[in-house]
Ligand binder design. Structure first.
Ligand code: HEM
Length: 155
């Protein structure tokens, strides 16, 4: 097996880890909101079960970047000059920025609010619910665009 094929295989495994965990994270939040008003204990359980997801998503993203850069280096930057790749990199940046500056902050705020359990909790959570949903839908949309561009490789 050539090094390029090995890198591509790792690239796709990292994609499974990142996209899969992002999707499960989204499903978990949907369950959290459903249970929160009626079964608070179960809802808290879901929140703590998904506490490790950002780390897994980060590991997947890290491997995607390392293996991607490796493939570019091995092919002497041929892909880097193509249109699909340049647009893909814009979406990769959007994915990273949305995660660092929006998603991670929102989930940290959610955990802090739930932990403090202060009066007015419900109202504060309603504000976060829509934002977290938007965050996840954006991430899944960006991932879909990146996969589409990588598969079709139009130039
Ligand atoms: C979230 C981030 C990323 C996702 C979801 C992703 C996904 C994919 C997918 C689905 C393929 C198609 C593999 C195939 O042709 O069968 C691919 C190929 C490729 N990716 Fe990525 N990728 C990501 C980030 C990156 C980054 C950061 C780079 C480079 C810096 C990169 C470089 C490449 C290259 C060069 C190929 C072509 C490999 C080939 O066709 O042999 N990718 N990527």
């Amino acid at each position: 097996m050539s090094t390029l094929s090995a890198l591509l295989m790792l690239h796709l495994l990292a994609l499974i880890l990142m996209a899969g965990t992002t999707f499960i994270d989204f499903i978990n939040y949907q369950m959290f909101w459903k249970l929160f008003n009626h079964q608070r204990k179960q809802a808290d359980g879901i929140l703590s079960a998904s506490a490790k997801f950002p780390r897994l998503i980060g590991i997947g993203a890290g491997f995607l970047i390392i293996t991607g850069v490796g493939m570019i280096a091995l092919t002497h930057g041929v892909w880097a000059q193509q249109l699909w790749f340049r647009i893909k990199m814009i979406f990769v940046l959007l994915l990273i920025f949305n995660s660092i500056f929006y998603g991670n902050r929102l989930s940290a705020r959610l955990r802090a609010i739930v932990r403090l359990d202060e009066p007015g909790l419900a109202q504060q959570l309603i504000n976060l619910k829509g934002k977290l949903r938007t965050f996840h839908l954006l991430q899944l949309g960006f991932l879909l665009m990146i996969i589409f561009l990588s598969a079709y490789k139009f130039n």
